[in-house]
Design a protein around this ligand. Structure first.
Ligand code: NCD
Ligand code: ZN
Length: 366
């Protein structure tokens, strides 16, 4: 059994980096393994203008410089997204896309998840925006859940596909769409059988846990995220999709840090912090499925090809873990202030098969 694994430097096609102290605490975890990341715009206030995206991109680079140094910042490219509201102007999106500031736009159905209140209530209200994106080839990234409280939370993704996504693709047949963080067999099948301009990201946590994890031995807020984990048969379908070799599925962690107190509270926030061991988490899945040789395409090739971006040139190395390589239960992260940010990482207390080798910065800039 081989003890090292080298792959082309991967990218994360769905990531929450936050802002301020949290940003500074977490950004290094992503940059040590990924060359680029699609950065979600659900800040408060949301990122809706070219100027806001440019300023946020600068804050990300500054936070990375402050926490890990200039080499790290030079080796990592944040790809920015616009947050679609019902009043956003097509011209603003087009300008941001043509100036290379916006890589994509994110659709949050209003009320679907963290900081989605400014999102879209009715897709009919943004039809001009969608037509513009279709025309210029700008990808639409979708949080695919209906918000109708009458729909069971475990059914909201499947119902979204029927009620919203199918009609949307009929109205805009050439629109590039990424169905983000898919959680169901329904979504996996829909994307696999759909047109070439439809793809999906899959998170590490939805490949590892099913909904039982939320209740194992008690209420487990660290496994609460949106879309919520589903039944085991859905997890198995996601593993099959991710490891199938299909170019329609690629890596997107949806790493979504919330301070420990905000998770472990009477109304805990949705989001799993998986960035610290994300590539290791995916490697475990691909090895368990017996197709470790397909990890690279999923992590480093399908995403850039869909977005029309070049592949990274650098590589990362993983090496086999030893038993003592377990993942900490808590991480106390420096953030530029006097008190650290405390986060519970995904896989806390577990040992994964692989560990990222470079202790520091990716040697070869991607
Ligand atoms: C994300 C967050 O916290 O911003 N939470 C989550 O559970 N995934 C938002 C999102 O992607 O839904
Ligand atoms: Zn997300």
């Amino acid at each position: 059994m081989s003890s090292t694994l080298t792959i082309r430097t991967p990218d994360d096609w769905h990531l929450h980096l936050r802002d301020g102290e949290m940003l500074q605490a977490v950004v290094g975890h992503t940059a040590r393994q990924f060359a680029r990341a699609i950065v979600m715009p659900n800040l408060k206030p949301p990122v809706t203008t070219v100027e806001q995206a440019r300023a946020y991109r600068e804050r990300i680079t500054a936070a990375l410089t402050a926490s890990q140094g200039p080499d790290a910042a030079a080796a990592f490219t944040p790809l920015m997204t616009a947050y679609l509201t019902e009043t956003i102007e097509p011209a603003e999106l087009e300008r941001g896309f043509s100036e290379g500031v916006f890589s994509a736009a994110k659709l949050y159905p209003a009320g679907a998840t963290t900081n989605s209140d400014a999102g879209v209530r009715d897709l009919a209200h943004i039809s001009a925006v969608l037509a513009c994106m279709e025309r210029i080839g700008m990808p639409l990234l979708i949080h695919g859940e209906v918000t109708d409280p009458a729909v069971d939370i475990f059914d909201r993704e499947a119902v979204f596909i029927e009620r919203q996504l199918i009609p949307l693709l009929q109205r805009h047949p050439a629109l590039k769409v990424v169905l983000e963080h898919i959680t169901t067999a329904d979504a996996a099948q829909f994307v696999a059988e759909g047109p070439a301009n439809l793809a999906a990201t899959i998170t590490p946590h939805h490949l590892h846990i099913n909904r039982n994890a939320l209740f194992q031995g008690g209420l487990r807020p660290d496994f609460y995220c949106l879309p919520i984990a589903k039944r085991e048969r859905h997890r198995l379908a996601l593993r099959a999709a991710a490891t199938s070799g299909s170019t329609k599925f690629f890596l997107g962690t949806d790493s979504a840090p919330h301070p420990r107190g905000a998770k472990e509270s009477a109304c805990g926030c949705a989001g799993i912090y998986n960035a610290p061991f994300a590539i290791e988490s995916y490697a475990q899945v691909f090895e368990e499925e017996g197709v470790l040789d397909r990890l690279e395409n999923f992590a480093s090739v399908h995403g850039p090809n869909f977005y029309g971006l070049p592949l990274n040139n650098g590589t990362i190395q993983l090496e086999r873990s030893s038993d003592s390589d377990f993942i900490p239960g808590l991480m106390e992260l420096e953030n530029g202030s006097s008190s650290p940010t405390t986060l519970v990482p995904f896989h806390a207390g577990e040992t994964l098969n692989w560990r990222l080798k470079q202790a520091q910065w990716r040697a070869s800039a991607a």
